[in-house]
Structures are given as structure tokens and as C-alpha cells.
Design a protein around this ligand. Structure first.
Ligand code: ZN
Length: 401
């Protein structure tokens, strides 16, 4: 007899769970429909070397295109002009400078080709105006200051082409500063004298200095040099995951003093320290042995490596989840407050976790934020309000120069 008493209770619980989940989805949809959401880092332009690649078409492969952004309620994206670190001499500087220019132009072409759904954004005012018109705002960031070479005038050239941040270095040291992950260790003792000039020039022009990827010493040197707030366009919290790419709590507190923002990176290895995984290591090593230095490869081979890398990760890696992403957001909010945290996916550059593999699934982060009690106002800040405040301040500082 007892069982009959349980049934209504179970039914009641199930209906309540169902409706709560539905309510969260509904609430997330409503929020995305009324705010500006910004992702500060994707590497999608790596695919633009293929002249037929069209952001306006939904792709099976890859994380970011306009249809996926529309589906996921993502309204603004910083498309990265990514230049891998290579030799540091005049002829190499010229080669990568031209490669950077080509990528800038390819982004312009891809956005202009889709003028019915997207528009290039150069200012905070642009972003909100474009959002209001119902279109996607396409910002540009330069990932790695390497193509500047020794030629400071290139900073303005990139600014004029739309770059609104420069990530000072990538995985290796360059002439601007030390990287957090160069096996060679420290070389410039942080920010070099050229680096100081680059930061000042970016302040003068109105570009956000991006401290993702740079070493701890470089980070603190940047904060001593800059007259405007800075961003970490795609970095997570070292207290939760020990990668040197992530920011320590001390760095977070310094970032708060600077008025800047950390944009939590949703790349699995920066969210959760990976367990030993020999099968994955072997497959990745085989790939590396077969193709050698990625940066030295011709474009068509790079594309093959990217596809194979993704397949291996999908098959063998244990991925972080949306909950891990929001754990990092929670931690950053606890340490530096709600006004200094945002999201930088690193999509198409390794970013993506279970539950949020592409721009089409962005709302799952919002749903988890709602589940943990974040208000609409707080979500508005995390999803773009904070980074737009930083960019506005950067624009003001440039205006005063
Ligand atoms: Zn990166």
C-alpha cells in the first residue's frame, strides 16, 4: 500500500524539477534577449586563410559563426588576429606583419560580406548601437605583439584596422615581454623597454592592454606602466587550476586596483588540472611527430592538424564542464568582486567544455549562473557590462592624452 503514497510525491517532485529547469531556460532566454553579451576571445579567423570560409554559414566543424552566435544569444565577439611566436629578426617581423594585415583584411571581408547580420565595432558606443539594430558586433583583438617587431608605428596601424586589444605575448617570450609558458624562462625580466613604449602607445591610442599569456612579472610591470585599466582576454584562476597561464589571487587583487577585468577562459586544461592520461599524450605526441612545428606548417596542413587535434581531444580527453567554468567565475567574483569578471571563450583555439562547445550553447553558462543565484544585473556585468566599462575608460584615457 505504501507505494501508492509515494507515487504522487515522486510525480510532484519530477514536475517541480522539470518546471524549475524550464523556468531557468526561459529566464536565460529573456536575459539574453535584453542585454549585450560579449566574448573577448575566439581564434576563428585562423580559418579565414581559406577564402571560401564564410562566417554567415553554419559550419559543422568549429565553434563560432554568425548562425551559432544568434542561436546562443551571443551578440559581440572579439575575433583574434593570432600570430604564433617565431624567429625575432627583421625579415620574420615583416613576414608576420603582413600575415597580420592579411588576417585583419580577411576579418573585414568576412563581416562586410554578412552586413545583413553583423557589423564591425570600434567603440563601446558601436557595440550598443549595433546590438540595438539587432546585429552582431564584431570587434578585433591582436593575439601576440610579435608582429609589431621593433616598429612602434605598427601599433597605430593595427588600431586603425580595428584592433582594440593586443595580447602582449603568446606562449613564448618576445621583444615586448616574457611569456608565462616559455620553457626558456625569464628573458626580459618582465616588460622590456620596448614593452613599456608599446603599453604607453596603446594607452595613447585607446587600445586595451591584454595580459593573458604573459608572465607574472610582466603582468605586474604592465600594471605599473599603464594609465588605463587592462584585461585578461582569456585567463582563469590559478587558485582552482595551477596552469601558469592563470592568474593568482594576488594578481586578481592587483587587477581590481587597476580597475580591469578577468575574462574567464573556458578551455578545459585551464579550468581543471588534467589527470594523467597516457593515451591522450601518446595520440598528441604522434600528431606532433607527424607534423612538427605547427607555426611552420603551410595553411592546408594547419587545417588538417586543427581537425585532428579536435578529434583526439574529443575522443580521449576528459573535459571540464560548465560547472567548472562557473566555479572559476564564482572564485573570481569572491576575490575581486562582480565588477571585474567576464567571459573569454578561446573558441576555435582550444576553448569549449562539456555543455558549452560552441557559441550556440552560451546560454548554458547563464543557466548555471542563475542556478547559483546570480541576479540579472550581475549577469549583465559578467556577460559584457564589465569589459565594456573597461573599454570605455580606455577610450576616455586616450581622449585625455
Ligand atoms: Zn590564447
Amino acid at each position: 500500500m505504501k507505494i501508492f503514497l509515494y507515487i504522487p510525491l515522486v510525480v510532484l517532485l519530477l514536475t517541480r524539477c522539470g518546471s524549475t529547469e524550464e523556468q531557468l531556460i526561459k529566464k536565460a532566454n529573456k536575459i539574453h534577449a535584453s542585454i549585450l553579451t560579449v566574448d573577448t576571445h575566439c581564434d576563428t579567423p585562423m580559418s579565414f586563410s581559406d577564402p571560401d570560409f564564410d562566417l554567415g554559414v553554419r559550419h559543422n566543424e568549429g565553434c563560432v559563426d554568425f548562425p551559432k552566435m544568434i542561436e546562443g544569444g551571443l551578440h559581440a565577439e572579439f575575433f583574434a588576429v593570432f600570430i604564433g611566436q617565431g624567429p625575432r629578426n627583421d625579415s620574420s617581423f615583416n613576414v608576420v606583419h603582413h600575415k597580420a594585415l592579411e588576417t585583419f583584411n580577411a576579418i573585414h571581408r568576412n563581416v562586410e560580406k554578412n552586413a545583413n547580420v553583423a557589423e564591425l565595432a570600434y567603440t563601446v558606443a558601436d557595440a550598443y548601437r549595433i546590438r540595438k539594430s539587432g546585429k552582431i558586433a564584431a570587434f578585433i583583438g591582436l593575439e601576440n605583439g610579435y608582429p609589431i617587431g621593433m616598429n612602434l608605428s605598427r601599433v597605430k596601424q593595427y588600431y586603425d584596422l580595428g584592433a582594440r586589444y593586443i595580447t602582449l605575448a603568446h606562449t613564448k617570450n618576445n621583444d615586448i615581454c616574457d611569456s608565462s609558458t616559455d620553457p626558456a624562462g625569464m628573458e626580459n625580466n618582465g616588460l622590456s623597454s620596448l614593452g613599456v613604449q608599446v603599453v604607453k602607445e596603446m594607452n595613447r591610442l585607446g587600445m586595451m592592454v591584454d595580459i593573458s599569456h604573459i608572465s607574472d612579472k610582466s603582468f605586474f610591470d604592465v600594471l605599473k606602466t599603464t594609465t588605463a585599466p587592462v584585461i585578461a582576454s582569456h585567463s582563469s584562476c590559478r587558485a582552482l587550476c595551477g596552469s601558469p597561464r592563470n592568474l593568482t589571487d594576488n594578481m586578481l587583487l592587483a587587477l581590481k586596483d587597476n580597475g580591469g577585468v578577468i575574462q574567464i577562459c573556458i578551455l578545459s586544461n585551464y579550468l581543471k588540472t588534467p589527470e594523467p592520461n597516457s593515451e591522450l599524450d601518446t595520440k598528441l605526441k604522434d600528431l606532433q611527430d607527424k607534423y612538427g612545428d605547427y607555426n611552420a606548417l603551410p595553411e592546408d596542413s594547419k587545417k588538417v592538424v586543427r581537425i585532428k587535434y579536435r578529434e583526439i581531444q574529443k575522443k580521449y580527453a576528459v573535459s571540464a564542464t560548465v560547472k567548472d567554468v562557473v566555479d572559476h567565475i564564482d572564485h573570481a567574483v569572491q576575490v575581486l568582486g562582480i565588477d571585474h569578471v567576464g567571459i573569454g571563450t578561446d573558441f576555435d583555439g582550444g576553448g569549449g567544455v562539456d555543455g558549452c562547445r560552441s557559441a550556440a550553447e552560451m546560454k548554458n553558462i547563464t543557466i548555471e549562473l542563475l542556478r547559483r543565484g546570480y541576479s540579472k544585473g550581475e549577469i549583465t556585468k559578467i556577460w559584457g557590462g564589465n569589459v565594456m566599462r573597461v573599454l570605455r575608460k580606455v577610450e576616455e584615457v586616450a581622449g585625455q592624452a
